[in-house]
Design a protein around this ligand. Structure first.
Ligand SMILES: [Zn+2]
Length: 407
């Protein structure tokens, strides 16, 4: 394949070989789950954006921090305009470092807290310092809301951030050595933005490889998972729930599984607090946790393509893959397994360019996907990101570009 779909899972990249298997035109499922969600848009993280994308939306607009971005961008739903989220008409962005939309290095967490757009970016007193910023949704009144504790205080390097109900949640990883033996540690922490109190919610240390990433939220509960490789090649997958109301941790699932590993952007909880996750493998699979055990409900088997990745989103499950003709494929279904669209994923630029897809999510008949064209080391050109909205219609699927980075 000239141009494989690449998915960045933190610093790790997982590629699965193409392998067509017999199957029908509908993903297999064994039960009918419900939809989500008790959601307060004034304070709650929108689980739709829990994967690698950093997007916030309201009825009027999207705000977006591209994975390679140096600015915050907006998309106006009424006018279809997009650009840098900057309130100054005379600003010389992207060249002006004083532009309020400029961020040295944006991180996951774009969120909304009682009238303010919040996000994590470098700032404060040192190049390593990370801060939580707040600003109005037009980009004005930017201010530092909180400084994030140091790597030493956190016990590792924060990987992904989520702001929910005035608390900054973090997944953290660290390589450590104890008694001459190397270990990898995965932890989750919460920083209360009102009083600065740091709480380590969970930590686990293994001698093999361990990862934890996506978090989703429901009311006072924060859900997260860890995946650790075992010596025989299987994985031990744990899903935990931290209840911030009574500071209690509950283990939702602790299961050894063969096959794929959970996908970043592949965790979901519905309004009845049923938990779902997806695995990266061929074919990608969707599981629901029942009685603390994973129960497979959907398998994206297809004779005409290999669907390796599936992202869980708001009422939609979106699987991506490829075929022998080097086309990118998309398969969208709801949580009952009903197919809403299946076909070729149109790419909004020359598909021979080396690119990655960093986050896919959806709701209703709309799917958002973030693409990054890789930097070219030969001609020295930088990376370039696109945010693309796909709309499922009776005739098929349409797309429009709703964000594009400027450098
Ligand atoms: Zn500006």
């Amino acid at each position: 394949m000239k141009n494989r779909l690449l998915f960045l899972i933190l610093s790790c990249m997982f590629l699965f070989a193409a392998c067509n298997k017999a199957g029908d035109d509908r993903p297999e499922f064994t039960d009918t789950p419900s939809e989500q969600v008790q959601f307060d848009p004034e304070t709650d993280f929108n689980n739709r954006f829990s994967g690698l994308c950093s997007i916030w939306e309201n009825d009027d607009m999207y705000a977006w921090i591209p994975v390679d971005g140096e600015h915050i961008y907006y998309y106006d739903k009424a006018t279809n305009d997009y650009g840098v989220l900057c309130p100054r008409p005379d600003c010389q962005h992207p060249l002006d470092d004083s532009c309020s939309a400029y961020i040295l290095f944006g991180r996951h967490a774009l969120s909304y807290q009682k009238g303010k757009l919040c996000y994590v970016a470098n700032g404060g007193g040192s190049p390593q310092q990370l801060c939580v910023y707040s600003m109005n949704i037009d980009g004005s009144d930017k201010a530092i809301l909180a400084e994030i504790p140091t790597i030493e205080a956190l016990g590792g390097t924060p990987q992904q951030f989520y702001i929910h109900r005035n608390v900054l949640y973090m997944s953290i990883s660290a390589d450590i050595v104890e008694d001459g033996k190397p270990y990898m540690k995965q932890s989750f922490a919460a920083l209360d933005l009102s009083d600065g109190k740091l709480t380590i919610l969970y930590e686990e240390q293994v001698q093999s490889w361990i990862e934890g990433n996506s978090m989703v939220f429901m009311g006072d509960c924060a859900y997260f998972f860890t995946t650790a490789w075992l010596d025989d090649g299987s994985t031990r997958n744990k899903i935990m729930c931290w209840n911030a109301r009574d500071d209690k941790l509950e283990v939702i699932m602790d299961a050894v599984m063969d096959g794929g590993i959970p996908t970043n952007g592949g965790l979901w909880v519905d309004n009845e607090q049923r938990v779902y996750f997806s695995t990266q493998e061929d074919p990608a699979k969707i599981f629901r946790v029942e009685n603390n055990e994973p129960v497979e409900i959907i398998s994206f088997k297809d004779p005409d393509g290999n669907y390796d990745y599936a992202f869980l989103s708001d009422g939609l499950i979106i699987a991506l893959g490829g075929n022998d003709s080097d086309e990118k494929l998309i398969w969208v279904c709801d949580y009952s397994g009903k197919t809403l669209y299946k076909g070729v994923l149109q790419i909004p630029f020359d598909r021979d360019l080396p690119y990655s897809i960093y986050g896919v999510n959806g709701k209703g008949n709309e799917i958002l996907a973030e693409f990054m064209i890789e930097p070219d080391s030969e001609d020295g050109s930088g990376s370039e990101s696109y945010l693309v909205a796909y709309t499922i219609t009776d005739e098929g699927i349409e797309y429009r570009i709703i964000g594009h980075t400027c450098k």
